[in-house]
Design a binder for this molecule. Structure first.
Ligand SMILES: [Zn+2]
Length: 312
């Protein structure tokens, strides 16, 4: 029994890490640049279809029910330039290492080579299945709840209320499982944010990265704390050195929606060299991540600035 539980947990934690790192693709220009929602959204629809008994982990039919589940949620999370195309992630999820889409052709089931057509739905000739340890996970109702929660936290936290209102499954893993999930998801979030900033503090530019075993001086800091937002989207995070992370946590330093740093008036530059250094950051620009789709979200910056001590 204990062995079975620990197998499920380690497989689940690996799966949650994969879910945080789906190869989603980025689209759009300027302020509209964003991750494509299609892959995580299809997974939400598939997990829900499993809950409803419309599919099994090794046999997820390409069906009108799946297309409808995808389409309903798409309306909540889409950006203006996203198209409702569930057939694309149904095919392309195969590159993420746990999903095998197939088409029945003369002689048997072959790997799907092109997106399925709407006309293929419910004909029984196109289906997909989870592979490897994902198969057991997708068959476990508790694991599905954890996976759904991770997908929403990573990709759709801003739409959680709408997605939950549309049908959140009941049931949770036991408490120890949640701790383990949270630890893994925090590590995945950290990896994403540090990667986006190339391990550089976005306040002072500090980058010290010693390999093997890796030591990095930079943290991934949530802008709106996870406990409040349950939002692990990389746009809710910045990379900060220990010094500036500490100052932001104590609300002596805040990034603002003007993409500049703001220093609390409680910092007195004449008192010490440290305070003078911190003070000099006031009005300096945030160092942006390489990919603008992962730049801090304006509402998260506003949240931080509103809480700067002594700013009002
Ligand atoms: Zn720094």
């Amino acid at each position: 029994m204990v062995a079975a539980v620990s197998f499920v947990m380690s497989a689940l934690t690996r799966a949650l890490d994969s879910l945080y790192r789906l190869k989603v693709g980025v689209t759009g220009v300027g302020a509209g640049r964003h991750e494509r929602p299609h892959k995580p959204l299809l997974l939400l629809a598939v997990l829900e279809g499993l809950d409803a008994g419309e599919a099994t982990p090794d046999r997820v039919p390409w069906s009108r029910a799946l297309i409808a589940r995808f389409g309903r949620r798409f309306g909540f999370v889409r950006a203006a330039d996203d198209d409702c195309t569930p057939q694309l992630p149904f095919l392309h999820l195969r590159s993420d290492g746990f999903w095998e889409p197939l088409r029945e052709e003369a002689g048997g089931w072959r790997p799907l080579s092109a997106p399925p057509l709407v006309a293929d739905a419910d004909t029984g000739v196109v289906r997909a299945g989870f592979t490897g340890e994902w198969r057991a996970l997708a068959g476990d109702a508790g694991a599905r709840v954890a996976m759904r929660d991770a997908i929403i936290a990573r990709y759709f936290a801003r739409h959680r209320a709408a997605l939950d209102a549309d049908g959140a499954p009941a049931g949770r893993l036991a408490e120890p499982g949640e701790d383990e999930e949270r630890r893994v998801r925090a590590a995945s979030f950290r990896g994403l944010v540090l990667g986006n900033y190339d391990h550089q503090c976005c306040a002072c530019g500090l980058r010290i990265r010693i390999p093997d075993p890796e030591v990095t001086f930079v943290d991934a800091a949530h802008l709106i704390p996870f406990a409040e937002s349950r939002d692990d989207h990389p746009r809710n995070g910045v990379a900060l050195c220990k010094h500036h992370h500490w100052a932001m946590d104590r609300q002596l330093l805040a990034p603002g929606p003007d993409s500049r740093w703001h220093v609390s008036r409680r910092v007195e530059p004449r008192r010490s060299r440290g305070e003078e250094e911190l003070f000099r950051l006031d009005g300096q620009p945030l160092i942006p991540p390489e990919e603008s789709a992962y730049a801090p979200a304006p509402e998260a910056l506003r949240w931080r600035l509103e809480r700067l001590v002594g700013s009002g």
